[in-house]
Design a protein around this ligand. Structure first.
Ligand SMILES: Nc1ncnc2c1ncn2[C@@H]1O[C@H](COP(=O)(O)OP(=O)(O)OP(=O)(O)O)[C@@H](O)[C@H]1O
Ligand SMILES: [Mg+2]
Length: 431
């Protein structure tokens, strides 16, 4: 009998899989490799060449996983076995378009339990779950919510979750980043203007408040609103009317406000940069999103979920996280939180190969924190504009890693191409 060598991509580093319960199948669903952890989880030896449906479902007539596999689709499902229930995740592997096999990962569902998905946010963390429950409660009220959290922690997702759980869900959700709009344009951006109110106001502009009518307005980076404008915002919240720039009559509005900031507002008040009365008005319900590094194993959990997301833009299918990558992800402090994690995985998709995420696929400062000379995080936390040197260095490094591609460098840094270009010019990094 001749044994046909498995196609190339099947030859994964099996020792990398040793810690996790993994089966590798060929296109006919035969097990060609299994990790010791898989045998341990199934509680029986895995005979060479046995088919996965036979191994997992035995003689059962209902074989949901086998059915899905035969269609070549990714599938997650529970399999009842005499030794207990097993959670099976299967990912097809393709060479060009041809199906060449599957990677199956097996888990004890009791251990996998405890994870929760809430409006796009994955977590196993108790503080996050408490926040989700609070959102469900306050969603129904019209109370103003102030969300605080470091950059990339999910402030916008929280704001949307509040909107989506409210009675306003079918009305508009509008978001405005108060730090991104130049101070002199912010007033008309928020409250609108009438034609001719100022040079360049060639037509009426309704403003974000009126565009959010009946719905929710998300004021991101609310601490960046200039003091003069804070007075106007306070008046709008108190009177439930707005005054467009150059307009005569106040216009009634029905908008729920969710505001967010990465800074403690109280400190801004103490420093005289933020009005205390506006802080109290915004902070009716304060929500704090913990940074990713304080959420236990969430960085690894979210990594698994991102890897499992189907994305047609990706050329690489990753089904496992190697122990070394797992350790690196767990150890790194994620100053840019979930956004930085997403960018790091995009980097891994672009630069690495094969079905196993290796530590070496990750950006160097994550794979090996010792390797960067200054250890400066790419995204700084409490400083809105990081020290110029640090920022210039971050940008230089991102460009280097992106082999000069500004689009990719901007993505890694979690900023737009335009912002990257502007900062490069300001920092004298061009040429
Ligand atoms: N718990 C989570 N699970 C999965 N994805 C998440 C989670 N939290 C945030 N994300 C993702 O991380 C990215 C950043 O989230 P979001 O934009 O809401 O953060 P933010 O706090 O508003 O960031 P910034 O301060 O930079 O504006 C988004 O792509 C979002 O989908
Ligand atoms: Mg945001």
């Amino acid at each position: 009998m001749t044994r046909v060598a498995p196609p190339r991509p099947l030859l994964v580093a099996l020792d990398e899989l040793a810690g996790s319960a993994t089966l590798i199948l060929d296109a006919e669903l035969r097990v060609v490799a299994a990790s010791a952890a898989a045998e341990a989880l199934l509680g029986e030896p895995i005979p060479q060449g046995v088919t996965a449906p036979k191994l997992l479902c035995g003689g059962a007539t209902h074989r949901p996983i086998a059915d899905a596999l035969s269609r070549g689709r990714p599938v997650t499902g529970l399999v009842e076995r005499p030794s207990g229930t097993v959670l099976v995740r299967a990912m097809p592997m393709r060479d060009e378009r041809r199906l060449i096999g599957f990677i199956l990962t097996l888990e004890d569902p009791q251990i996998a339990a405890g994870e929760e998905l809430f409006h796009g946010m994955w977590t196993r963390d108790a503080a996050m779950k408490r926040m989700f429950r609070l959102i469900e409660k306050v969603g129904h009220s019209d109370a103003t919510v102030l969300v605080r959290g470091e950059t990339g922690t999910g402030k916008e997702l929280v704001a949307r979750a509040i909107h989506d759980t409210s009675e306003r869900a079918s009305a508009p959700f509008r978001a405005i980043n108060c730090a991104a709009v130049p101070a002199n344009l912010l007033e008309s951006e928020l409250f609108g203007h009438v034609r001719g109110a100022f040079t360049g106001a060639v037509r009426d502009n309704p403003g974000q408040f009126r565009l959010a009518e009946g719905g929710t307005l998300f004021l991101d980076e609310v601490a960046e609103i200039p003091l003069e404008l804070q007075a106007k915002l306070l008046r709008a919240l108190d009177t439930r009317t707005i005054a467009p720039v150059g307009g005569r009559d106040p216009i009634p509005i029905d908008v729920r406000i969710v505001a967010a900031t990465h800074r403690p507002l109280r400190k801004e008040v103490e420093a005289g940069r933020f009005r205390a009365d506006l802080m109290y008005r915004l902070r009716v319900i304060p929500l704090f999103i913990p940074p990713l590094r304080d959420r236990g194993g969430d960085a690894v959990l979210i990594t698994e979920k991102i890897l499992a997301e189907a994305s047609p833009r990706r050329s690489r299918v990753v089904t496992r996280i190697s122990p070394s990558a797992r350790a690196a992800i767990g150890r790194y402090p994620w100053p840019g939180n979930v956004r930085e994690l997403r960018n790091a995985l995009e980097y891994a998709f672009a630069t690495g190969e094969g079905p196993v995420l290796m530590a070496s696929d990750l950006p160097p400062e994550i794979a090996d924190p010792e390797s960067t000379s200054d250890g400066a995080p790419l995204v700084k936390n409490e400083a809105p504009v990081p020290s110029l040197n640090g920022e210039a260095e971050s940008i230089r490094r991102a460009l280097e890693r992106a082999a000069g591609s500004r689009t990719r460098a901007a993505k890694m840094l979690g900023i737009s191409r335009v912002t990257l270009w502007r900062r490069m010019r300001e920092l004298g990094l061009e040429g």
